[in-house]
Design a protein around this ligand. Structure first.
Ligand code: IMP
Ligand code: MG
Length: 177
């Protein structure tokens, strides 16, 4: 596809990494009350594969944050447009995100989740972008560290398109410049 400049991470690499992360989470959360909270919309494909790679019982819920609109740079005003619905008090929360960029989204969501009295809060992010993060977040489970490029696919969008691509690819600048 002309809109994609380069494939950064192919489907096999994604699959293998998720298997590895799932095995680690399975070990780490044995005998815990694991709740995975996916950040919509970008994490929906990652979460759907991750949940099936985790071999212990767990709950799933979603929170919806919106920061980019149709732009390709982060601006810091994160809106929560849908909160979680299940009770997480006393439970072990794992937040599932598509990409850690400036860090505003994760920072806002971690603070919100902590107010609900979970036993623990950890973060799993498929990608981390090589930028100077505006908010420093400790990512407990990371898929891939990527260069500072705008990427799409495997759930990540530009203006709501490209989420269906099975790989993570760099979007051609001609699409948005
Ligand atoms: P942050 O709040 O700046 O860390 O931005 C995180 C959010 O912006 C993520 O949840 C993504 O939805 C979106 N985002 C950041 N970088 C990219 C990208 O390269 N492609 C697509 N979405 C991105
Ligand atoms: Mg997005």
């Amino acid at each position: 596809m002309n809109d994609i400049k380069e494939i950064l991470i192919n489907p096999i690499e994604i699959k293998n990494k998720i298997k590895e992360i799932g095995e680690q989470i399975t070990k780490d959360y044995k005998n815990k009350n694991l709740v995975i909270i996916g950040i919509l919309k970008g994490s929906f494909i990652f979460l759907s594969d991750l949940t099936r790679s985790i071999k212990i019982p767990h709950e799933i819920d979603f929170i919806r944050a919106s920061s980019y609109g149709t732009k390709t740079c982060s601006e810091g005003d994160v809106c929560i447009t849908k909160d979680i619905e299940i009770c997480i008090s006393g439970k072990d929360v794992l937040i599932c995100e598509d990409i850690y960029d400036a860090g505003y989204t994760l920072n806002t969501i971690v603070e919100l989740i902590k107010l609900k009295n979970p036993s623990s809060v950890k973060i799993c992010s498929l990608l981390e972008k090589d930028v100077i993060h505006k908010k420093i977040i400790n990512i407990n489970y990371l898929g891939f560290f990527i260069p500072n490029e705008f990427v799409v696919g495997y759930g990540l969008d530009y203006a709501e398109y490209y989420r269906n691509l099975p790989f993570i690819g760099v979007l051609n600048k001609t699409v948005y410049l």
